[in-house]
Design a binder for this molecule. Structure first.
Ligand code: DLL
Length: 427
């Protein structure tokens, strides 16, 4: 079985061959995928202009709109009969984005995920509970195949149904689980309110699919008595497994033999140097069915280099700060949901189950923050906490917001991505 030392991703491209891999990718998309060819022609390029990585920045970007416009499989780079699976993004508005995999893509993904999990410290001794939705969402199957490939005992529990999750955790002696961070926090609260803690064997949690903060990590780790690691990925690129923390927790490692990651200025598209924050842009070197060139993720982060104390030698991406699309502009001030999470975490007695409502009053936008308290409280205590929350939010963001506190358990926790931002006129 694989362990940390032996589990290296089989189909990754070695450093010296990355130029060749990029050239091959561009040639393949040029000859097989008309929308890519058209984009390159519009940029005044041909496939021959791309000799290697130095030419990456001259290639046009790919966006979510490109995938939507070519729905469902217009960007396929292989024969349709070679596709063995599709996934799709949830698509809150309009049609979902469909992504496709060949048999080799599935093997690459499993190997890549097994490697990421091994670097995170998962082994074949672990019982690995997958608390993510199985189905069109890439989350569960990505972790499932990776953990199975690593030799862990996989418990495909799926999302939600907290009581059943806890029963399985206890009876099967689960040691590692994956879920969204918001659901992990919910599990921590339910366990704290029960006598279960001593009967569980949990040691590690791997969380992703939504933005979360160090403050949230502290609460999860303290609540569950585990180490909590961050995992990043997106369906358009492959799914979860693109980047993941190691136990050093100082950035998410990724394999540059699978992914070329650039950081660009979200407004101008200009490539930014290592260490400068901007939008994450990803090119897939090894995917067959639906490779992407310079995919604009809309996620904000920065590159951290490869000098992690863990010594694995892979470059790192900093924790995702949020999405460009989630940035709120309230009275001229830019505000990210993660800043609100930090502000709320500083107020003792508040749970980190919250929602931001952007209330449009004419041309003005006001922020209303709805958040649960940790315990049921008197109305005076609620009013006092709400005042503290308003102050904390003002300290972190400079803006004045309205805060409404709700009793514990009011906001939905279905195991899927937490709905953090709601927009619209005042109800
Ligand atoms: O969320 C894949 C995934 C599943 C990743 C499970 C990790 C764990 P999508 O549904 O396509 O795929 O959503 C991708 O989710 O562009 C980010 O905005 C956000 N996201 C994913 N992981 C993180 C993370 C999956 N660790 C979108 N931190 C991405 C912050 C994340 N945001």
């Amino acid at each position: 079985m694989m362990n940390k030392a032996t589990c290296t991703s089989l189909s990754t491209v070695k450093e010296k061959n990355r130029d060749e891999a990029l050239r091959g990718l561009v040639e393949r998309l040029w000859s097989r995928v008309t929308p890519y060819r058209r984009k390159m022609e519009e940029a005044g390029m041909t496939a021959e202009d791309v000799k290697g990585l130095d030419d990456l920045a001259s290639l046009p970007f790919t966006t979510k709109e490109d995938l939507r416009e070519n729905y469902p499989l217009g960007l396929l780079a292989c024969a349709r009969r070679d596709v063995v699976r599709v996934h799709a993004s949830s698509g809150t508005t309009g049609k979902p984005t469909v992504v496709a995999y060949t048999e080799r893509d599935i093997a690459t993904w499993s190997d890549m995920m097994a490697h990421r999990l091994a670097v995170a410290g998962v082994t074949d001794e672990d019982v690995f509970q997958v608390i993510l939705g199985y189905g069109l969402f890439t989350g569960a199957l990505g972790f499932h195949w990776g953990a199975e490939r690593l030799g862990s005992m996989v418990v495909p529990a799926g999302g939600g149904f907290t009581e059943r999750q806890l029963l399985l955790m206890e009876d099967l002696a689960t040691t590692v689980f994956t879920s969204t961070p918001s659901y992990a926090l919910h599990l921590a609260e339910v366990i704290a309110a029960s006598d279960l803690a001593d009967r569980l064997s949990l040691r590690l949690g791997i969380f992703g699919a939504e933005a979360w903060t160090e403050e949230m990590r502290c609460r999860i780790e303290e609540g569950l008595g585990i180490v909590a690691l961050d995992s990043y990925g997106l369906s358009e690129v492959i799914g979860p497994g693109v980047a993941m923390e190691c136990p050093e927790r100082s950035g998410l490692h990724f394999d540059p033999g699978h992914f070329l990651i650039e950081i660009v200025d979200p407004e101008t598209g200009e490539v930014l140097p290592e260490g400068v924050p901007g939008e994450v842009v990803i090119t897939t070197l090894t995917k067959e069915a639906l490779p992407v060139i310079r995919y604009r993720t809309r996620d904000l982060s920065r590159l951290l280099g490869a000098d992690c104390p863990c010594g694995c030698g892979e470059p790192r991406l900093e924790r995702i700060k949020g999405r460009c699309d989630d940035m709120l502009i309230i009275r001229g001030v830019n505000v990210f949901p993660s800043q609100i999470e930090i502000a709320l975490s500083r107020v003792e007695g508040l749970a980190l189950h919250y929602q931001l409502q952007v209330v449009e009053e004419g041309t003005m936008k006001e922020l209303k923050v709805v958040c649960e308290t940790e315990f049921p409280l008197s109305s005076e205590a609620v009013a006092s906490l709400a005042r503290k929350a308003v102050k904390s939010i003002q300290t972190v963001t400079t803006i004045r917001s309205e805060v409404e506190l709700l009793p514990p358990g009011t906001l939905e926790r279905n195991g899927g991505k937490a709905l953090r931002v709601l927009r619209g006129p005042r109800a």
